[in-house]
Structures are given as structure tokens and as C-alpha cells.
Write a protein that binds this ligand. Structure first.
Ligand code: ACM
Ligand code: ZN
Length: 513
């Protein structure tokens, strides 16, 4: 159990005799001394000491000092007002040594289904930094809207950024919806993240989830493209989608022009986002079009590929190779692993993997990020994903051999926004689950304790609220079994259908958590 109200729980804390009194209304900064000390190993590690005079933080670089500063703020803000010295708050003297378990500690925001204002994104980023996240994965385009401003491909914005309404379960509107982030706005986010030691990884989806791209540039469809019936469209052209779902019109993998377009777009993306990493999507790409497309079939033959799954690996490998030539590393969701032909250097993000693909990948030398659907997807109700389930999830899959644990780079928790159309909903869905994921990403398993986490989270909640992030009420964090069943039915019936609700519960039960 931790004696201090800090999330993520630090590696080691030794309580000392005495206290530091932070005078009421005094600025904490005045009482914190930061020092670069090269003997502290690791760029995010730090040592922190509370003495009767104030707080000392030592780290090998500014990044580590920033991590220590988050701890100092949490210590001070959760300190007791009742002190031996009235008019201040008391912090017990202590020494903390701290460093992260995982190098990659990410959160993802989907800005396609619903956009967030720049200030709202900043509020989420600030809160994430408070819990020592260091990656913001920005899902900036999808079937329901393209949100990256492109000078090279203007139709992506004049056409692809707009949809003729919204129909996500009970979120129903005939109003045109859309917009995009200008390059200045995206650079502002990159800069803001940089000041919080957070790397921004943009995601440009391919080859699937591209209705917004195909609505703008239908020439990138397969020869037999536009599966109107599959795609809930009645017109003869691809629409930016107003519905959620998986759509079978994807980028043609046979046409050279598609690769020229994708690489040209990525050039533009790399001008805005300096991260070493670019996410290429790669999830949920139905192969129906590719099977019937002469261009895709020729590509398969010419490259002696076994099937369409190998064609997906070819697609991602080719684009990853392009990124590599520009000094970047590609990420992809776990579906790109299906053929077993994905280049080892592509980092895979595990969200739904029933075939041990990721464990095999890590054992084979590939790097993995864990975003387990049943633990870390924050868009589902607490009835389906209670806080304890998020908290207790062990990120390293059991089948990954000990010697390969280093291939698990870390944890990422996503918020998809089909059903999250305003900031308060986002804050409610994400917190406290994001804080729980942050603790799994940073803290050693031996230091974790679910009850203790809840105690600390309750102390930290008022601080979070002051930053504009209102978490779910404590009574909702861990619903009782009967509340979970009814909550899940309610959510699924509202957003999908009663039949889906039954499937949904079955799926959750199979995952027994
Ligand atoms: C995903 O949830 N389709 C990555
Ligand atoms: Zn094709």
C-alpha cells in the first residue's frame, strides 16, 4: 500500500521523520529545487525528497525533472490541510526513487468521428502529462472525416472533412458535420505536447477506414470498387460516412497511384509531425474488393504473394519502407500481422488478437504496444470495462517469453468517439480509466494494488476536476455484476441493436473479466 497519494505509484518511497509545511496560497514552485544529476539512470527517472525546507528533485535531464515535478504537484495538492502549523498544508518528509516500467505510455484520441476543439485537446494532454503519459496517438482520419489539413490534396478537406449528418446510435443529426485541423493548429498541439514531454504520433489510416479519402479521390478505389450495399450507401459515389462500421471500399493495393498518393500525403504529415513514429492504421480492412480487383490480383501475382492478407503486409511494408527512408518507423494495428509477412521493424499495436499473433510477434523479435480492447478501450461503458478491469490488466501477454519482455514497448489507452460527441463525455469515459492505464504503464506490478489505487484516485479527483476534466463518479467506477449486465444491454441497445447487445455480452463473458 502506498503512503502517498501519487498516480502512478512510484517505484520506492521511504517515509522520513518530519514534515514540510507549504504555506497557504504559496506557490509550490518556490519550494521546489530541481537539479540535473547524471547519476540518476534513465531519462524519465528521478529522485525526489521532501525535507522540512521543501522539495528537491534530481534527474539526469529535463524530462526526468518534469516527471518528478508531476509527483511533487500531486504530493502538494493532495496534502492534508490539517497541519501542526495552521495556515498551510503538511507534506510528510520522504524520499522517492522512481522510473517507468515501460518506455511507451500512450493515450489515443479519435478526432474523426467527432472533433475536439484545440483547447479541449490541450486539457486532455495536460491531464495525461499529470499521470506521466508520454505519447499522444492522434487518430486524425477515418471513414467519418479527414481532419488533417492537406495542401497537396485539397479535396481531402473540401470533400473528405465533411459528412452529411451523423448517425451513431442515439446521436442522430441531419446537419452537415466536419472540419479539419489547420497545420498551425496541429503544430500548436505538437508544441504543447512537447512542453509536456509528450510525443504526438499521427495516424493516417490505410488501406481501410478510408471512405473520406475515397469520397475525395475515387480513383484510388479498386477497379470493381464502390460496394454500395456493404457500405450503407445508395448513391453511385463513396460518401464520407455518417454511420459507424467497417466498410469494404478500401484503397486499391494494385494501383501505383495509390502508393504515390499515400507517400505524398505522408511527406506532408511528416512536415507537421516531427515524431519518429507514424501510425499507418491497417485495422479492419475487408478484402472483398481486393479479391475481385484485376489490379490487386496482378500485384499479388507479380510479387508471388499467397493471398490478400499477404497483399496487406506488402502494402504496409512498402509504405513502412518509405517512412524508413525518411528516418521514421511505422506502427500498425494487429490485423497487419495476419499473413506473418509484416516486416519485423513495423511496431504492432495489439487491440484484438485472439490468435496469439502478438505474443508470437514479440517472441519473434517484433515490438508491440498493448491496447487490449477489453481492458483499455475507454469508449465502452464502465459496465463493460470497470475500472478494476482496466487496472488489473497485465500488459505483458503470458505467452511472451521472459527474454522477450523488452519487446513490449508499453501500453496505450484509446478513446474512440463514435458515441463521444462532447468533451464532458470524453472526460467521463477516460477518467479514471486513463489514470489506471497510466499506472500499469509506469509502475511495477509489485507496487500495484486496486483498492489503494481507488483510494489515491479519490484524493486526486478534485485536482483533476480543477483542470477541467470531470471523471466518472466514484460510485460508477466498478459496477456490481447485475449493474454490469443491465448497463451493457442499455449501451448496446442504444448504440447498436438488441441482437448486438446479446453478442456483446457473450463476447464480454468469453473474456471472463
Ligand atoms: C480498432 O479498434 N479498430 C483499432
Ligand atoms: Zn484493387
Amino acid at each position: 500500500m502506498s503512503n502517498i497519494n501519487v498516480i502512478p505509484v512510484p517505484l520506492k518511497t521511504a517515509m522520513k521523520v518530519g514534515e514540510f509545511i507549504l504555506p497557504e496560497s504559496a506557490s509550490l514552485v518556490k519550494f521546489v529545487k530541481k537539479k540535473i544529476d547524471k547519476s540518476v539512470e534513465g531519462d524519465e527517472a528521478y529522485r525526489l525528497e521532501v525535507t522540512p525546507e521543501g522539495i528537491k528533485i534530481a534527474a539526469s535531464c529535463e524530462r526526468g525533472l518534469f516527471m518528478g515535478w508531476q509527483t511533487a504537484k500531486q504530493l502538494a495538492m493532495t496534502a492534508n490541510g490539517t497541519t501542526t502549523s495552521p495556515g498551510g498544508v503538511s507534506l510528510p518528509c520522504l524520499e522517492t526513487e522512481d522510473r517507468p516500467r515501460f518506455a511507451y505510455r500512450g493515450f489515443m484520441i479519435d478526432s474523426s468521428r467527432h472533433m475536439q476543439a484545440v483547447d479541449e485537446l490541450k486539457t486532455m494532454i495536460r491531464a495525461a502529462a499529470f499521470f506521466k503519459f508520454n505519447v499522444f496517438h492522434w487518430h486524425i482520419c477515418d471513414d467519418q472525416g479527414f481532419r488533417f489539413e492537406s495542401g497537396k490534396y485539397p479535396l481531402l478537406n473540401t470533400v473528405g472533412s465533411w459528412r452529411d449528418g451523423s448517425h451513431f446510435g442515439k446521436i442522430k443529426s441531419a446537419e452537415r458535420y466536419g472540419g479539419f485541423y489547420t497545420k498551425d493548429e496541429m503544430r500548436e498541439i505538437v508544441d504543447f505536447c512537447g512542453r509536456h514531454y509528450i510525443d504526438v504520433i499521427p495516424e493516417i489510416e490505410m488501406p481501410g477506414h478510408v471512405s473520406a479519402v475515397l469520397a475525395s479521390y475515387p480513383e484510388f478505389l479498386c477497379a470493381n470498387g464502390n460496394n454500395a450495399a456493404d457500405n450503407n450507401i445508395t448513391s453511385d459515389k463513396i460518401d464520407v460516412k455518417i454511420l459507424p462500421g467497417i466498410f469494404s471500399d478500401i484503397l486499391c493495393a494494385g494501383k501505383e497511384g495509390v502508393y504515390e498518393f499515400v507517400c505524398g500525403l505522408l511527406d506532408e504529415v511528416m512536415e507537421v509531425f516531427p515524431s519518429k513514429y507514424i501510425h499507418l492504421g491497417g485495422d479492419e480492412a475487408p478484402k472483398k474488393n481486393w479479391r475481385a480487383c484485376p489490379n490487386c490480383q496482378s500485384r499479388i501475382k507479380e510479387n508471388s504473394l499467397a493471398d490478400e492478407e499477404e497483399l496487406q503486409a506488402y502494402f504496409i511494408n512498402r509504405v513502412s519502407g518509405y517512412l524508413k527512408s525518411r528516418g521514421k518507423t511505422a506502427l500498425t494495428w494487429n490485423e497487419s500481422l495476419k499473413s506473418g509477412k509484416l516486416d519485423t521493424e513495423v511496431i504492432t499495436q495489439m487491440w484484438m488478437d485472439k490468435e496469439d499473433l502478438c505474443a508470437n510477434r514479440a517472441n519473434g523479435g517484433g515490438n508491440i504496444i498493448i491496447s487490449d480492447f477489453f481492458a483499455y478501450y475507454a469508449d465502452y461503458p464502465y459496465a463493460m470495462t470497470p475500472l478494476n478491469k482496466t487496472y488489473r490488466h497485465e500488459p505483458i501477454p503470458k505467452k511472451v517469453k521472459k527474454e522477450n519482455h523488452g519487446n513490449i514497448l508499453g501500453v496505450e489507452t484509446p478513446i474512440w468517439t463514435e458515441y463521444v460527441d462532447n468533451f464532458d463525455k470524453m472526460a467521463y469515459q477516460c477518467y479514471p480509466r486513463f489514470a489506471a492505464a497510466a499506472e500499469s504503464a509506469w509502475s511495477e506490478p509489485k507496487n500495484k494494488n486496486a483498492d489503494d489505487f481507488i483510494k489515491r484516485m479519490k484524493k486526486i479527483t478534485p485536482i483533476l476536476k480543477k483542470t477541467g476534466v470531470n471523471p466518472a463518479l466514484a460510485g460508477e467506477w466498478n459496477p456490481l455484476p447485475h449493474q454490469r449486465a443491465s448497463g451493457m444491454i442499455k449501451f448496446a441497445a442504444k448504440n447498436y441493436s438488441l441482437d448486438f447487445a446479446k453478442e456483446f455480452i457473450k463476447m464480454a463473458k468469453e473474456n471472463k473479466k
